[in-house]
Write a protein that binds this ligand. Structure first.
Ligand code: SF4
Length: 366
């Protein structure tokens, strides 16, 4: 009755919906965003329409933001300036003065964006009990990506760049507003991860002061710095602009199996003829000594990884056995916390996709 029509309704609505033309914006300023994808966008290549289910996934991100905002309003923090327009100077001389076309509640923003500026709309500003203002940015993401960030091995650099661009613009109107809280929500479990970021305008440096997970509530001090963060994002925009003007498509930035390619609206165009491209490349080539060293180094690392993986499995087992033996589910020591829990394994059906396979073997002696 409904399961078969709801996603179709989303597809029909999307056809009538607003599709913004490419322009450099804080939301596409991320340093890890694929250049090739942005150039396709700038050159108006046709996007593959999103499937109805995917439209629901994107649409519910804004609802998640609204839900989180509602909970914040029940806290001691005052949330205000939601969707406020912010101009950000970039030094990019190809950006003319223009009017902000962004629609909020179906009404055009209409603010003037000065020359050499980009502009965007912030999620809001939090004022704490001492009167200190902190920029609030919210992202609702998949369980898979959340898991990567939670481990702490990778940072949401695109979101950090966007946040720092906003801080740069806000600082020009409110010089004390140097800090931001990037709040990331796991759409599947409602778990939150917060990054407290401070931005140094003079040095153009972002510092992640700490990261905190809503489950263990431990502030993990990071003091991780990202230098020249907004300069790099402006530089990327300049490179994109050059490619657009020269109608030059840059090299693929990610491998076919990367999640960014899975979600890319230009995926089909980008990877068209890829197998033929590989097939037409030269074979039986005598490689340089430098190449040989590279291959040798790769094989050595692969051997260590395999040994380390085995070692990790052994250590995991030893830790689990010790916890079970002592009847401990969760505990802390020094800078570590350890927790034993049961996680339900979810199986998702994924469309079959090809990937580039690298095989390195030891050469047989003649
Ligand atoms: S498919 Fe991947 S490499 Fe190609 S444009 Fe999209 S993100 Fe970039």
């Amino acid at each position: 009755m409904l399961a078969d029509i709801l996603h179709k309704i989303a597809v029909d609505e999307a056809k009538d919906g607003r599709d913004y033309k490419y322009a450099p914006r804080p939301s596409n300023s991320g340093l890890e965003r694929c250049m090739r994808q942005t150039v396709y966008y700038g050159l108006d290549y046709e996007k593959k329409p999103l499937a109805g289910r995917m439209l629901f996934v994107f649409d519910d991100s804004s609802w998640h933001e609204e839900l989180t905002a509602d909970w914040i309003r029940k806290s001691a923090y005052r949330l205000h300036s939601e969707q406020m327009h912010v101009n950000i100077p970039t030094g990019l001389n190809f950006l003319p003065e223009r009017i902000c076309e962004f629609e909020i509640n179906k009404k055009k923003c209409g603010q003037v964006i000065p020359v050499e500026n980009i502009a965007g709309h912030i999620d809001g500003i939090l004022t704490d009990l001492t009167g200190k203002d902190i920029l609030w940015e919210h992202k609702a993401i998949s369980h898979f990506t959340f898991g990567m960030y939670r481990k702490g091995d990778v940072f949401p650099l695109d979101n950090i760049t966007q946040t720092c661009n906003y801080l740069k613009g806000l600082l020009l109107v409110q010089s004390e507003l140097t800090d931001a809280l990037l709040l990331i929500k796991n759409k599947m479990t409602s778990q939150y991860l917060e990054y407290y970021i401070t931005y140094d305008y003079n040095n153009d440096t972002a510092t992640i002061i700490y990261m905190m997970d809503s489950i263990d509530k431990v502030k993990v001090e990071l003091n991780k710095e990202f230098d020249n963060i907004t300069f790099q994002s402006s530089n990327r925009f300049a490179n994109v602009q050059e490619c657009i003007e020269k109608k030059k498509i840059p090299a693929r930035q990610y491998e076919r199996s990367h999640w960014r390619c899975d979600y890319c609206p230009y995926g089909e165009t980008c990877w068209e003829g890829w197998a033929e491209e590989i097939e037409s490349m030269e074979s039986d080539v005598a490689l340089s000594e430098e190449f040989g060293t590279l291959l040798g180094h790769r094989q050595e690392i692969a051997m260590h990884v395999s040994e380390m993986t085995k070692e990790k499995k052994t250590l995991d087992k030893e830790i689990k056995d010790k916890l079970k033996e002592k009847g401990i589910r969760q505990g802390k020591v020094d800078k570590y916390t350890v927790e034993l829990s049961i996680v339900e394994k979810k199986a998702f059906s994924v469309e079959a996709s090809s990937y580039e396979k690298l095989t390195i073997r030891l050469k047989k002696e003649a």
